[in-house]
Design a protein around this ligand. Structure first.
Ligand SMILES: C[S@@+](CC[C@H](N)C(=O)[O-])C[C@H]1O[C@@H](n2cnc3c(N)ncnc32)[C@H](O)[C@@H]1O
Ligand SMILES: O=C(O)C(=O)C[C@]1(C(=O)O)C=C[C@@H](O)C=C1
Length: 244
């Protein structure tokens, strides 16, 4: 991931904390924001690259849905050895897509990359050997998540792989509070103040709705995935692989 400006968005008191959006201000500091906010983010990006080496097949497509600045796309492009493939990165934030295109061009690679500004719910997914949803599903309306996963499962070739990474919640309030506290401690250890943690939490409240692990499993099973296994969890962040 490239170096970026330090995230100071919530460092001063906001008279009214607005709903979080992936605007130009966020895009500018995003690599710093996500690596200081998501435990294991770099491990997850590296592992997506590692998985693409094994699962991306000749003559197929790879989708990075909610690609932001293209961290997962770049990790996959570095690792893919299959021939005649294409990576399609999709994001609906204009600021992210603009920066992502510049970022991708700055690196050389064999596999062609196309970055699209679109709603991932509107695009066609076809002939895919690998699909990545790295901390994106949590921003889709809950009632529309199953339809998106159904579309992904339909678009994957047999043996194709989905990587789904999400912030999760727990039904049990004691467990939920424990993991939330650990996550907040992680953010503070990475230099965020109490105020920054509290204001970001408020900003995300209406826009990022998390599910339990059980809900994720149920949806993926319903979508038709045959092999589903979490491979990473740290506090209330996890990543799984689902194979068709
Ligand atoms: C937390 S970021 C994803 C981080 C990125 N996948 C990575 O690994 O660095 C979520 C991204 O999803 C995008 N997004 C949210 N809803 C979307 C939608 N319906 N269609 C396309 N992109 C969406 C946001 O603009 C944002 O860039
Ligand atoms: O900052 C937090 O508390 C988060 O939940 C992290 C999180 C995410 O999970 O996607 C939320 C928004 C930002 O895009 C980066 C990371």
């Amino acid at each position: 991931m490239q170096k970026s400006a330090t995230d100071l968005i919530y460092s001063n008191p906001h008279s009214q904390v607005k709903d979080f959006t992936f605007d130009a201000q966020v895009a500018e500091v995003f690599p710093d924001m996500i690596s200081r906010s998501v435990p294991g983010y770099n491990t997850i990006i590296d592992t997506i690259g590692r998985l693409s080496q094994s699962y991306v097949k000749d003559n197929s497509k790879v989708y990075d849905l909610g690609c932001s600045l293209g961290a997962a796309t770049l990790a996959m492009r570095r690792a893919i050895t299959a021939d005649n493939c294409k990576i399609i990165g999709v994001d609906n934030s204009e600021a992210m897509v603009e920066r992502c295109k510049i970022h991708i061009q700055a690196f050389k690679g064999q596999t062609p990359v196309e970055i699209l500004r679109a709603n991932i719910q509107d695009i066609k997914i076809e002939n895919a050997s690998m699909v990545v949803l790295n901390f994106t599903l949590q921003f889709i309306d809950k009632s529309e998540r199953q339809a998106l996963l159904d579309k992904i499962a339909r678009g994957l070739n047999p043996g194709g792989l989905l990587v789904l990474s999400e912030k999760i919640t727990q039904d049990d309030a004691v467990s939920r509070e424990l993991l939330t506290d650990l996550h907040h401690d992680f953010k503070k250890a990475n230099g965020y103040s109490e105020l920054e943690v509290a204001q970001k939490r408020t900003a995300l409240e209406n826009v990022m709705r998390t599910d339990t692990l059980e809900t994720h499993n149920e949806r993926l099973t319903k979508a038709g995935f045959n092999h589903i296994t979490p491979w990473f969890q740290c506090f209330n962040f996890f990543s799984l692989v689902a194979i068709k």
